[in-house]
Design a protein around this ligand. Structure first.
Ligand code: SD4
Length: 344
């Protein structure tokens, strides 16, 4: 990282930072990293300001949890995984993990991926019976020679890795599906049906970036349909030397422009996270116009975090929000940000 960027960074003395840590275990957890200076892109011993950002209102809880972990010296990858798992385990969140809405045949199938600052990636798609598909994606990344497993093979891998298997269809989602079957009308409802994918990005105290994206995808999708969320490039992208981005909304449109990668590429050109997200949304809109496709049922939102800790977001339509928390204050409360939109 150029020295100039370091000056801009909000830093605190290492001794002060360690005082914030609770006990020897926490100190031990961060001490080796400070001592060895293993993070390739960090040239200072000062801790970097930790930041976590996540899509939608439930990000208030997931970023808070991640931030607490970051303050204890946790890695961006661990902290982000801990955050999104909270959402996956909540049966009231109807588009992520347990309680996710099923496909048109009544099967809940989950998609997830993760990426770290070094370019390690893992992904799973169309997985049944596994709540924590984020952790399964990470297991693909860390324990296999591959980067993506799908369907029955991913479920089998989960079983081999000791992930508990359980039915993910909760009565409320089943009832919604049965009601939907009366008409079988596939029509996403902006900011209601499509609002629950969680994409979360974090920067840890060594300046490392990581991200996760996890979802049950579009409600009542065709069996076998895969959206953007498990795809490295469209749903999530992290470049440890530039920044990270993730997407929510209508996956088919995000895939078309390789959305999250596009956001990171725009940041690499020098655009702020906000501007980079805006440019990706504008590209999606341009593709709609080019194809003369109907846009009325579509919502897309991007969030981004750059290497210097700046954050931003942008959406196709109003209603998208993200949660963000930063700094060295223990138990800091995340803020909820209403995102600017391209269309009224
Ligand atoms: C998908 N992008 O499967 C997901 C859905 C989503 O907020 O993000 N909903 O297309």
């Amino acid at each position: 990282m150029p020295a100039m960027n370091l000056k801009k960074r909000q830093v605190m003395k290492r001794s002060d930072f360690l005082k914030l840590m609770s006990g020897a275990a926490a100190v031990a957890a961060i001490e080796p990293a400070f001592a060895s200076g293993t993070a390739s892109s960090v040239v200072s011993n000062e801790p970097v300001e930790p930041v976590s950002i996540a899509t939608w209102r439930f990000g208030l809880e997931t970023t808070k949890l991640a931030h607490q972990h970051l303050l204890q010296g946790g890695t961006a990858l661990d902290a982000t995984e801990i955050g999104v798992k909270l959402c996956e385990a909540d049966p009231k969140e109807r588009s992520v993990g347990l309680g996710g809405r099923p496909d048109r045949d009544g099967h809940v199938t989950l998609d997830a991926c993760c990426m770290d600052h070094l370019g390690n990636v893992g992904s799973v798609a169309g997985v049944e019976d596994v709540v924590h598909v984020s952790s399964l994606a990470r297991a693909v990344m860390e324990k296999t020679p591959h980067v993506m497993l799908v369907g029955e093979g991913a479920r089998q891998f989960a079983q081999e890795m000791g992930f508990p298997l359980q039915d993910l269809l909760v009565p409320e989602s089943k009832a919604e599906w049965e009601k939907w079957k009366e008409k079988s009308d596939y029509k996403p409802v902006i900011n209601i049906e499509n609002h629950d994918t969680i994409g979360q990005l974090s920067r840890d105290t060594e300046g490392r970036l990581a991200g996760f994206c996890t979802t049950s995808g579009m409600a009542f999708k065709m069996r076998g349909r895969v959206g953007d969320s498990p795809l490295i490039g469209p749903g999530l992208y992290v470049d440890g030397e530039v920044g990270a981005a993730t997407a929510t909304g209508h996956g088919e449109e995000v895939i078309r422009v390789v959305g999250s990668y596009r956001v990171v590429a725009e940041m690499e050109k020098g655009f702020s996270p906000h501007e980079a997200c805006k440019r990706a949304v504008e590209k999606i809109y341009a593709f709609f116009k080019r194809r003369e496709a109907g846009i009325q049922d579509t919502q897309i939102g991007f969030i981004a975090l750059d290497k210097n800790g700046r954050v931003g977001g942008y959406a196709l339509r109003p209603g998208f929000q993200y949660a963000v928390v930063r700094g060295f204050t223990p138990n800091a409360e995340p803020a909820l940000v209403d995102v600017e939109a391209l269309l009224p």
